[in-house]
Structure formats: C-alpha cells, structure tokens
Design a protein around this ligand. Structure first.
Ligand SMILES: Cc1cc2nc3c(=O)[nH]c(=O)nc-3n(C[C@H](O)[C@H](O)[C@H](O)COP(=O)(O)OP(=O)(O)OC[C@H]3O[C@@H](n4cnc5c(N)ncnc54)[C@H](O)[C@@H]3O)c2cc1C
Length: 373
C-alpha cells in the first residue's frame, strides 16, 4: 500500500500532526501500538498555559479533560518551604489517559487510515520514499512522521541522538489540593505532587545524578511519606524522559521525528506535551509545503524550524538549570525572600516568560534579593 504520509504513534505529537493535516486530502496512514484508548502513559498531566493554549486552538473542547486549574505552587527544599502564588493560572491539571483519549476522539477518523494495535518495527529508505515494516504489514510512505515517544524503535534504528533522564511516578489515592514541587535529593531534578481530585500523581525525575537514578522507587516512597501521601497506590511505574538540546537531531531523509521521539522536552522542568504538540503542528506545515513543491529540501526545513523555535529555548533552559541546580540552597533562599524573584519563578515554571528573559531578569534582581529587598 502507498501513502503520502505515515504517522507512527498517537500521543499528543502524532495526534496534533494529524489534526493539522485534516482537510489536506493527503492519503494518511496512522499507526498506534496500543489496541484502544484510553491507554496509560506515565506523565504528571500538567499543562502550562502555553500548552493549554496551543491545545485549545487545535482541540477547542480540551477543557472537558482539565481536572484542576492551579495558581499556587508549594516549593520545598529539605525542611524549608515557600509558596508561589499568582493571580493567573500557573498550571492546568489533566489525567494523561483521559487527555490522550480525548485528543484521539477529536480527530476526524474518516480522513485517515487508522490502525490501532499495530506496532511499527523498522524503516527502509528508498529513492523518494520509505518502506515501513510493522507487526502486520509493510507500507510505502512518501513522508514518515515518527511520534512514537521516548522508546521509539525507529529513533533507535536510525541512531537519533537524544539525552535521556529517568522518572518514577505513582497515582496515590488522595483528595489533597496542593501542588508540591520539592527539590531535595537531586543533582538535576525534582519531586512533584499534582492533585487531580480523587488521586494525586506523585513522582520524581532526574537528568544527571546516577545515584538518584538507581534509587528512584525508594526516593519516591520517601517523598510520599514526607508529605503524608497514603501508600494506597492505583498505579506506579518508572519511565525514561528525554531532554531537549540546542541542536535537536530530528530529521532523516523522508523521516521527521516529533515530540519525545525527537528528544523535544524541556531539560529543566520535563515539560513535553507543549513541545510534542508544537512539533506536530510544525511537521504538518512542512509536509504541506513538501507536497506543494515536491522538493525534498522542504522536508529538511523541519529540523531548522524546530531548532530555531525550540532549540534556542532548550539552550537557555540548560544555562538556567545549571545556575539553579548548582546553587539550589542559595536560589531557594532568594526565591523565599524576594517577591520579585518568586513572581519570576512562577512565570518561568508556567511558561509565561522564556528562559532567556528569566535569566537576565534574575541577574538584574539578584543583588536586591540578596540584601532582602
Ligand atoms: C513521569 C513523567 C511525567 C511527565 N509529566 C509531564 C507533565 O506534567 N507535563 C508535560 O508537559 N510533560 C510531562 N512529561 C513529558 C510528556 O509525557 C511527554 O513529553 C509527551 O508524552 C510526549 O508526547 P509524544 O506524543 O511525543 O509521545 P508519547 O506521549 O509517548 O506517545 C507515543 C505514542 O506512540 C505509541 N507507540 C510507541 N511505540 C510505537 C510503535 N513502535 N508503533 C506504533 N505506536 C507506538 C505509544 O503507545 C504512544 O501512544 C512527563 C514524562 C514522564 C515520563
């Protein structure tokens, strides 16, 4: 069978690309290895305002799967704590299985050949297309969008370079309301507790420190005890998470890598849903231009676009991350003592201000914050 476009993986990246391809008349094959939605994907389900807004533009009914809107974060470092309070929403909280099932059901299924329960295995390059081998068949596609997440087989086969960190997460039964971020214990990472009504998703992620990575489960139990979360777990699991770079390796001839498959995750906060959706939209735009012109060079523009739109931000995120994590105690004191820096931190964590702008604003406010202004 021959298709114009193949999409592998129907998480936020794949589904957003499909949404943006609706109405183009292109012949599209979409594959998902899971046999049905909802399906589980380890994720805290936090949407920053920018993630919520891009989703809302593509999927106007997204509010139907928002469980909570939060304008207060409780931050911890050891026994110290402080609060970030904002007049605006800092995070929208969803359950990932509900979010993804909603996104999938919002597609116009009549426009695509949707194959659930079919796993993509390998790709083979041909002169002007690729051949995709799956657990059920083989397909020739002109352009392949690989959106199969951090464990993508095709990304591994084609040697896509990504930095990988590790997480461990659980859903504990609790009706607690507060959103907690705790920086104790990490080289480059944090614990979280995201309330969803009947459950709280608690977890931790670490990008650098091997000792933390080897004890994720034990550390999460420690965090749950510290903050009084019950041992009644509905679910728990470890899972890798990529960290975005200045130059992201997201293109091979006729193959584009989206979302986690391309490593497109904020290297400080671990936010990935926004970048998955954004890369899906950018990929769809590139695909449309490719079919208008027929020139392969149009496809390569995907990598340039991703690196200028997202790579620059990941670059500054790494600079801010180094500054923050290497002087955590000092930075925590500054956030606790200075309202201006606390507001800046809230704006940064909610994605309202870029890492670059926050870096210069922080340097500007640091002297005042250190003397208690
Ligand atoms: C513990 C944890 C917590 C996180 N919390 C947050 C958060 O609060 N907010 C946030 O923004 N980001 C968070 N992230 C990151 C976020 O989950 C990812 O960045 C996001 O899911 C990436 O979307 P995606 O569509 O690229 O990949 P995925 O969501 O992983 O989707 C990939 C899809 O491809 C399918 N698939 C895989 N292999 C194949 C195959 N061979 N053939 C066919 N189908 C296949 C999978 O079944 C899946 O449906 C978290 C990540 C982790 C690990």
């Amino acid at each position: 069978m021959v298709y114009d476009v193949g999409v592998v993986g129907l998480g936020p990246a794949g589904v957003s690309a499909l949404k943006a391809l609706e109405g183009t008349g292109l012949r599209v094959l979409a594959l998902e290895k899971e046999p049905a939605f909802p399906r589980k994907k380890p994720c805290a389900g936090g949407l920053t305002p920018k993630a919520y807004e891009i989703l809302k533009r593509l999927f106007p009914d997204v509010d139907s799967v928002v469980r909570k809107r939060v304008n207060r974060f409780l931050l911890y470092y050891g026994e110290r704590s402080t609060e970030l309070l904002s007049e605006e929403i800092l995070t929208y909280l969803t359950q990932r299985d509900e979010l993804d099932a909603f996104l999938f059901s919002s597609l116009d299924h009549s426009q695509f050949d949707l194959h659930l329960g079919e796993t993509a295995l390998t790709v083979e390059k041909d002169i002007d297309s690729v051949v995709l081998h799956t657990t059920k068949d083989r397909y020739r596609v002109r352009v392949l969008l690989v959106a199969s997440g951090v464990n993508s087989r095709i990304a591994r086969q084609l040697g896509v370079k990504r930095d990988i960190g590790y997480t461990y997460e659980s859903d504990v039964e609790s009706d607690r309301e507060e959103l907690i971020i705790d920086f104790t214990d990490f080289g480059w990472g944090y614990y979280w507790a995201f309330p969803k009504g009947d459950v709280v998703t608690t977890g931790l992620g670490e990008f650098r420190d091997r000792r933390v990575m080897l004890n994720l489960r034990g550390l999460l139990a420690k965090f749950n005890r510290k903050h009084g979360f019950s041992e009644r777990r509905r679910w728990s699991s470890g899972f890798p998470i990529p960290a975005g770079r200045k130059k992201n390796d997201v293109y091979r001839p006729f193959v584009l890598f989206l979302g986690d498959a391309g490593g497109l995750v904020d290297p400080v906060t671990g936010e990935g849903i926004y970048y998955a959706v954004k890369s899906g939209v950018v990929a769809a735009g590139v695909v449309k231009r490719f079919f208008l012109s027929g020139e392969e060079s149009k496809l390569k523009e995907y990598e340039t676009a991703i690196n200028s739109l997202l790579g620059e931000e990941f670059h500054w995120a790494r600079i801010v991350g180094r500054l923050f994590f290497s002087l955590k105690g000092l930075n925590f004191s500054v956030i606790s003592r200075s309202q201006v820096v606390a507001r800046l931190t809230a704006d940064l964590l909610s994605g309202r201000i870029s890492y670059r702008d926050s870096f210069f604003a922080y340097l500007r406010h640091l002297p005042g914050a250190l003397i208690g202004r």
